[in-house]
Write a protein that binds this ligand. Structure first.
Ligand SMILES: [Fe+2]
Length: 291
């Protein structure tokens, strides 16, 4: 065939994959999907060309992605860990939840949240086994005008003094240890008794942990306490509060640390600690999804 009288097929054979991929998709294809795949094919081509990617390197990449899939089970989601540690989860969280200036930043909930934590009242402890250094958390829930938010449901969950959540070691910790669900009163304030958490490392024994290890990226997360706060008329807030004294603050592998989410744990007598934190909720616009 000399390229004449073939309805342009010969010319189409010499274009690059990105253009070819785009032109081959059906005009009836889902617009969002076709747009995303066009960008993906183009970006992959640009990346490979920029790196002058070799065949052996491509095989290594495919091998790594195969290992990520094989590491997944009912108990483990290595793909989520990959998305988290490449910053994709935090980026999507920030795109999905845009908070006005002054409102407490949202973060990813992490993998250890349980929606069914036991209901507690102001002043209760969430430490069922009593192990660890006592920590008193004094929190306030305000709106953007500084007014108290009453009737806010405050869910809290954290790791213990060894950096482990109760659902990571169900044979060693009582169920629902270090979890609770509280409700603010008219003052918007609550006191929660707990134990001081310590940080923990993300899994090092899978392909994602090994990859980060090869890059010299630290896997330890700074000590933190998770909160989810829901109140009628407000956007739901899911966030962490971090211990300012933890040196891992500067290299959280999940990119969740924000300067507005750091607090001081103040020492008291007999290795007890107190911390205070003010959460600021943003009002939901009429009809707006509150998550
Ligand atoms: Fe956590």
């Amino acid at each position: 065939m000399d390229g004449r009288g073939d309805n342009g097929v010969a010319a189409m054979l010499d274009i690059g994959p990105a253009t070819a991929f785009r032109t081959r998709m059906s005009p009836a294809a889902d617009e969002r999907l076709s747009g995303a795949l066009s960008m993906l094919v183009e970006s992959l081509g640009t990346l490979a060309a920029s790196l002058n990617l070799s065949r052996q390197e491509l095989r290594s990449i495919i091998g790594f992605l195969t290992e990520v899939g094989e590491a997944c089970s009912d108990q483990r989601q290595e793909w989520v860990l990959l998305a988290d540690t490449l910053g994709l989860s935090t980026t999507v969280e920030r795109l999905s939840v845009r908070r006005p200036s002054g409102a407490t930043p949202n973060t990813v909930p992490g993998p250890f949240y349980r929606p069914d934590a036991p209901k507690r009242v102001d002043g209760d402890t969430i430490s069922i086994d009593g192990k660890g250094e006592a920590l008193t958390i004094c929190l306030t829930v305000n709106d953007l005008d500084g007014l108290p938010v009453p009737e806010a449901v405050v869910e809290v969950w954290q790791a213990n003094s060894e950096g482990l959540y109760e659902n990571q070691e169900p044979d060693l910790q009582p169920e629902y240890n270090l979890r609770g669900q509280f409700r603010t009163g008219t003052s918007g304030q609550l006191t929660i008794r707990s134990v001081r958490p310590v940080g923990y490392a993300i899994p090092a024994d899978g392909p994602v942990g090994r990859l980060l290890g090869r890059l010299g990226i630290r896997l330890d997360r700074p000590a933190h306490i998770h909160f989810r706060i829901s109140a009628p008329g407000f956007q739901r807030l899911t966030t962490h509060v971090f211990d300012r004294a933890d040196p891992a603050l500067a290299h959280d592998p999940l990119f969740a640390v924000h300067s507005a989410l750091v607090t001081d744990f103040i020492p008291g007598p007999d290795r007890t600690w107190t911390t205070a934190f003010r959460f600021v909720l943003a009002r939901a616009r009429p009809g707006e999804e509150v998550v």
